[in-house]
Ligand binder design. Structure first.
Ligand code: AHR
Length: 321
């Protein structure tokens, strides 16, 4: 029975593979065919990332085969295997978690299909299994959040109690944002992370976990959320508990989606560290280069900023996502 339903889920995932973009046959002459295995649709950031990839493929005349893994590694692996079978020219994916990719990456290499990692990295020691990584420095993002906290609470008397909403367990952004933040706050013993749990990068789970934190923790001074969606869910929980987000509990989060910048402008969030989801144009350039057999740099990092309230107010009118 359990086996049957697992099979059904994988089959559903494969049926969810869709093609869009310009014409041309898979892997043959004409347009380059790109198989892209997306993590899911867990956040506003992810929605903007997907749109950027789909729009850029169209503009670049690249035939895009797109799949949504619903935050499940087995679905992503099934999608990559399907792209190998279809003999696409290039495979790109944003790995839901860091570990466990070597086997499928070796299968792509054996089939002579170059792989590009976007947004999230893998922890494989064999760097020949993929051509390049395009995305953010997540450790630096966590450090920026910690540096804001150190500045904000530098002169505060007594301990500062912090709760942390982590991203998807085992994912690069959850691991790295946790590490970057922890490295910075370790320099001052008054900063205490009193509770830390995954909110899976979603609004609903962020709300649910924050509700539990509010019940179990007698004192919360700061919420550090690994993404905006979890912070936005947590705001609902804080307000429902009769507290004022941004005042009773200060909030720092990562991404920079419109709703979070609006919450920052409204004083409900105190600081946002940007993570850029608009990777599509750079990805399509890389796809063309690796399809042509050109050398590409092993790692390409996106440029990102930070927002305080004034910066959020200034950025909101033009914010695309
Ligand atoms: O990998 C990037 C992260 O994934 C974003 O910060 C988060 O919102 C998304 O779900």
């Amino acid at each position: 029975m359990a086996r049957k339903s697992w099979t059904a889920i994988v089959a559903a995932g494969l049926f969810a593979l869709t093609a869009c973009g310009g014409g041309g046959g898979a892997g043959g002459g004409g347009a380059i065919t790109l198989g892209f295995a997306q993590v899911g649709a867990e956040s506003g950031w992810r929605t903007a990332n997907t749109k950027s990839i789909q729009d850029s493929a169209k503009t670049a005349g690249i035939e895009l085969k797109f799949s949504d893994a619903q935050q499940k590694q087995e679905n992503q692996i099934a999608a990559i295997r399907s792209y190998i079978q279809q003999k696409v020219k290039v495979i790109a994916f944003s790995p839901v978690v860091e570990s466990g990719w070597d086997t499928v990456l070796k299968e792509a290499k054996t089939a002579n299909i170059p792989v590009i990692l976007t947004d999230r990295a893998v922890d494989s020691p064999d760097k020949t299994l993929y051509k390049t990584f395009l995305g953010s420095d997540f450790v630096a993002e966590g450090k920026k959040a910690g540096e804001w906290l150190a500045k904000e609470f530098g002169s505060a008397a007594g301990d500062v109690s912090i709760v942390e909403l982590q991203g998807t367990t085992g994912s690069a952004p959850a691991n790295d944002r946790k590490k970057g933040f922890a490295d910075v706050i370790a320099s001052n013993p008054k900063f205490k992370v009193v509770a830390s749990q995954t909110g899976e990068f979603t609004r609903a789970k962020g709300k649910e976990v924050m509700e539990a934190f509010l019940k179990s923790q007698p004192k919360i001074d700061v919420l550090y959320a690994h993404n905006d969606d979890m912070a936005l869910g947590a705001i609902e929980a804080i307000e429902a508990a009769g507290k004022v987000p941004g005042k009773d509990i200060k909030i720092v989060s990562v991404d920079g989606v419109r709703d979070a910048l609006q919450a920052l402008a409204d004083g409900k969030i105190n600081h946002v560290v940007e993570c850029n989801p608009l990777l599509g144009p750079q990805l399509m350039d890389l796809v063309k280069k690796v399809a042509a057999g050109e050398q590409v740099p092993p790692r390409i990092e996106t440029t990102e900023t930070e927002f305080d309230q004034a910066a959020a107010k200034a950025a909101l009118p033009q914010r695309q996502y």
